[in-house]
Design a protein around this ligand. Structure first.
Ligand SMILES: *Cc1c(COP(=O)(O)O)cnc(C)c1O
Length: 407
């Protein structure tokens, strides 16, 4: 905000204005600061900056004014309307990264050390799961994967294993839209003194604010709904312990080097301004699509948290404002039906990724999860006829007409 005495009351106004600093050249928008390094007026000033005695940019791996606006905007949205421990507005700190995976790497390597374990759910973003199960064990950090929808199972793990040092949630989760109870799991982890992180990519802070339930860290792939236009890869890690974020977590980012770049940060800032409008439309359209698919004779099952038939409908309704733009559905005809359906689409786009203005569909069994053996895939709910859909912001009748002709 240019005049800090004015605090916008609405989420949309916060998305437009927060984090913006007036510019010395009177530029309306934050410039793309394409500069790797920053100059000092004197050696003494350089010394003060390095010692932390004076605020200021040093080197763009450590921070950049274009990153700062994106970080402050997302932090303001994740903390929107929430109260901190001192009774004032909640203060959180965000660190922008090159990708969601870079943000996750900084989180895991700053919180966990050799001998520690991470507890998570079996339905996770593929990259997160591979990082936890394929890469961390080599560093002496094991993953314990269980069904976190069952609180008794989660508690049993905490009871039997004191080396669990991070509880990692993703809700709703890819591609089955399974949800876990953020409030109940965070309360459980508290009893065992274990920090909690939540991947909030599918919901965005407009629909779900994990900090409300005491979660310690939030991570996003900003590549998806936050950017909203599919123009840049990016990620952010946010934390409610500002000193920890500025200390050990920032140090990990600086040393691993997963920093963002100013052009992508600029694209993200522009996308963020329309987050509320876009999410409302994504939700409207997804509701229409889910209702249509649920009645269609060629469809065996629709996974959308907004449908009463979804197993975790009640949990989602409690912790989300609306149900978002992501859904998946099962075609009765299996693999061949999935392939033919995807090939017949005319307006909707055949691709992976999600959260863009256009509607995107993918067929996990022949695309993202092709290399995973069928039995293992099915354990995770990825059956041969499953289609994942990121419902865009086109006009609903056009989306429905394309689905209709393809089905
Ligand atoms: C895409 C995605 C990621 C990984 O983010 P990148 O920006 O691709 O590195 C992590 N979690 C979820 C839920 C995602 O959709």
């Amino acid at each position: 905000m240019s005049d800090t005495s004015f605090h916008p009351a609405g989420f949309g106004s916060t998305a437009v204005h927060s984090g913006h600093e007036p510019n010395s050249a009177y530029a309306h928008l934050v410039p793309i600061y394409a500069s790797s390094t920053y100059v000092y007026e004197s050696a003494e000033q350089g010394m003060r900056r390095f010692s932390g005695e004076e605020d200021g940019y040093i080197y763009s791996r450590w921070g950049n004014p274009t990153f700062t606006e994106a970080e402050e905007k997302i932090a303001a949205l994740e903390a929107f309307g929430l109260t901190g421990p001192d009774g004032g507005p909640l203060r959180v700190k965000g660190l922008l990264h090159a990708s969601g995976m870079a943000a996750l790497s900084t989180l895991l390597l700053s919180v966990l050390k050799k001998g520690d374990k991470i507890l998570s759910h079996y339905s996770l973003y593929g990259g997160s799961q591979e990082l936890m199960e394929g890469l961390l064990p080599g560093l002496g950090v094991d993953a314990v994967i269980t069904d976190l929808r069952d609180l008794d199972k989660a508690e049993a793990v905490f009871k039997s294993d004191p080396s669990i040092r991070l509880l990692y949630l993703e809700t709703p989760a890819n591609p089955t839209m399974q949800c876990v109870d953020i409030a109940a799991l965070t309360a459980l982890a508290r009893r065992y003194n274990c920090p909690v992180a939540c991947d909030n990519t599918f919901a965005t802070p407009y629909l779900q604010q994990p900090f409300r339930y005491g979660v310690d860290f939030i991570m996003h792939s900003t590549t998806k709904f936050l950017n909203g236009h599919g123009t840049a890869i990016g990620g952010i890690l946010l934390g409610r312990d500002v000193e920890r974020m500025k200390g050990p977590v920032f140090k990990t980012l600086k040393l691993l080097g997963g920093n963002a770049n100013p052009f992508d940060a600029f694209l993200l800032i522009n996308g963020l301004k329309t987050l509320e409008l876009r999410m409302e439309r994504h939700c409207d359209n997804a509701e229409a699509v889910a209702a249509y698919l649920e009645r269609h004779p060629a469809i065996a099952r629709v996974n959308y948290t907004g449908l009463a038939s979804h197993k975790e409908h009640a949990i989602a309704a409690r912790q989300m404002r609306r149900h978002g733009g992501m859904l998946s559905f099962e075609l009765k005809g299996g693999l061949q039906a999935g392939v033919s359906f995807i090939n017949r689409l005319k307006m909707c786009t055949r691709t992976v990724s999600l959260g863009t203005c256009d509607t995107l569909l993918c067929h996990p069994a022949s695309m993202t999860h092709f290399s995973i053996p069928k039995e293992k895939r099915e354990q995770y709910g990825i059956t041969d006829g499953l289609i994942r859909m990121s419902v865009g912001i086109e006009n609903a009748p056009d989306i429905l007409a394309d689905l209709e002709q393809a089905l």
